[in-house]
Design a protein around this ligand. Structure first.
Ligand SMILES: CC(C)(COP(=O)(O)OP(=O)(O)OC[C@H]1O[C@@H](n2cnc3c(N)ncnc32)[C@H](O)[C@@H]1OP(=O)(O)O)[C@@H](O)C(=O)NCCC(=O)NCCS
Length: 125
């Protein structure tokens, strides 16, 4: 039997009202099939159900493709942050507000700090 392999993932850290997409990647063999689009759509929707109001992420200012990609999902570019990365490159924080009626989990309406990592597993060839 062939072991399953992780073909893509999105990693998100979330607090009660705010979340950050830390990383997203799709295996090169699986790219351009809409997997990242699905992850970028489903993750904010899930966070919104937990009561999160804002999602942020950081992107290199030179990565125009990524800025355009995230803009598609409603992320707006904020001020430039100099020397954000280990190699001293600058970053743009990007933010998406999750507006509309918010559903809350549990009676307290509180969501604990949590790291949500969503690997997508497919059978290896
Ligand atoms: C970016 C990435 C997650 C997209 O995954 P995917 O499943 O192929 O994406 P989808 O099929 O849902 O959407 C395709 C879109 O991804 C975007 N894209 C492709 N390569 C990209 C890249 N290197 N960086 C950012 N966006 C990219 C394009 O906008 C493309 O849209 P287009 O077809 O109109 O050109 C994937 O290319 C990847 O894992 N790259 C390496 C890791 C990475 O760059 N992560 C993001 C860093 S900010």
């Amino acid at each position: 039997m062939t072991a399953p392999a992780i073909s893509s993932y999105i990693s998100t850290g979330a607090d009660r009202q705010k979340a950050e997409i830390v990383s997203i990647a799709v295996h090169p063999d699986q790219q351009n099939r809409g997997i990242a689009t699905a992850l970028m759509t489903d993750t904010p929707a899930g966070l919104k159900r937990r009561g999160v109001r804002t999602v942020e992420l950081m992107v290199r200012t030179t990565n125009r493709l990524a800025v355009r990609f995230y803009s598609r999902f409603g992320f707006k570019r904020l001020r430039r942050v100099a020397r954000y990365y280990d190699d001293d490159a600058a970053g743009f924080p990007m933010r998406k507000r999750l507006t509309g009626k918010l559903e809350r989990m549990g009676k307290s309406g509180k969501v604990p700090s949590v790291i949500i990592s969503t690997p997508v597993v497919t059978a290896a060839k």
